[in-house]
Design a protein around this ligand. Structure first.
Ligand SMILES: [Zn+2]
Length: 269
């Protein structure tokens, strides 16, 4: 009877999704650091602190690998500051992302006016700084839920060309959903910022701790305020087509140590 109960408990226990670690550009590498005894080790990639979590009694660094990282050795630092850190080398494997060619008839959609160029540059800097935000937390939840119901209509990392001109690779995952459909926090966290950007439209940043941040873009409405705490699955707004968007969908970006990583790695297949 006791065995049956244990079996039932095991079967019914919620299965925690495992982050699918991949040491590739745009991926997340797990780096083993030894037994999980305090204090927690501090690691750096450039000037950016890295998330360090305890897993099965051992410390592990989670390293977001920038999409433009060449295959080969990537040097991290372990210590109280990047300058005083001991080097640690991570081997990055190559990954080829698909290319997508789009033809746009309206040239104005490809070439920006000087005013828009200036606005985009300002917003680019603001977004870069928000993505580098660090909030120390003892624990980081990497078990994400899809933030909207809908099929994946755009994958992370796709190399895009508009009328033959290369554009930035796709920085997140697109989910096809009708205007007004709810958008929910992928995991628990604190609202870092809400904004309205030229390209991303109405956007919400959610800080999950230790440099793990999710960003929800092109929203029709926003129902949260900066500083607000959210549980996993709590609404942040609704699907829309604000900013540079061809139709209602959710663009979802996941950021780790200041760099965009593939959101698909954080959700169960
Ligand atoms: Zn997108």
């Amino acid at each position: 009877m006791r065995c049956l109960l244990l079996l039932l408990l095991l079967c019914c226990a919620p299965v925690r999704a495992e982050l699918q670690a991949q040491a590739v550009p745009g991926g997340v590498a797990r780096l083993e650091l030894g037994p999980a005894v305090e204090p927690r080790p501090q690691l750096w990639l450039g000037e950016q602190p890295l998330a360090v979590v305890a897993r099965q009694g051992r410390w592990q660094a989670l390293v977001g690998i920038p999409l433009d990282t060449p295959a080969g050795s990537l040097t991290l630092r372990q210590g109280p500051s990047p300058a005083q850190g001991m080097p640690l080398v991570l081997e990055v494997r190559p990954k080829a992302y698909p290319a997508q060619h789009l033809r746009l008839k309206n040239k104005g959609q490809v070439e920006l006016s000087p005013e828009n160029e200036a606005r985009v540059a300002r917003e680019h800097e603001e977004i870069r700084q928000l993505k580098q935000h660090w909030r120390d937390t003892p624990y980081v939840d990497t078990d994400f839920a899809l933030p909207a119901d809908g099929r994946v209509s755009g994958h992370f990392g796709v190399r895009r060309f508009f009328n033959g001109q290369p554009r930035a690779p796709h920085s997140g995952m697109d989910l096809a959903a009708p205007r007004g459909a709810p958008v929910r926090a992928a995991a628990g966290g604190k609202v870092l910022a809400v904004a309205d950007y030229f390209f991303n439209g109405r956007s919400v940043f959610v800080d999950h701790g230790q440099g793990l941040i999710s960003l929800y873009c092109h929203l029709d409405s926003i129902t949260v305020r900066p500083g607000q705490w959210l549980e996993k699955g709590e609404p942040v707004g609704s699907v829309g087509s604000t900013g540079r968007s061809t139709g209602p969908h959710l663009h979802w970006t996941v950021v780790l140590n200041g760099t965009n990583v593939d959101p698909a790695l954080f959700v169960q297949p």
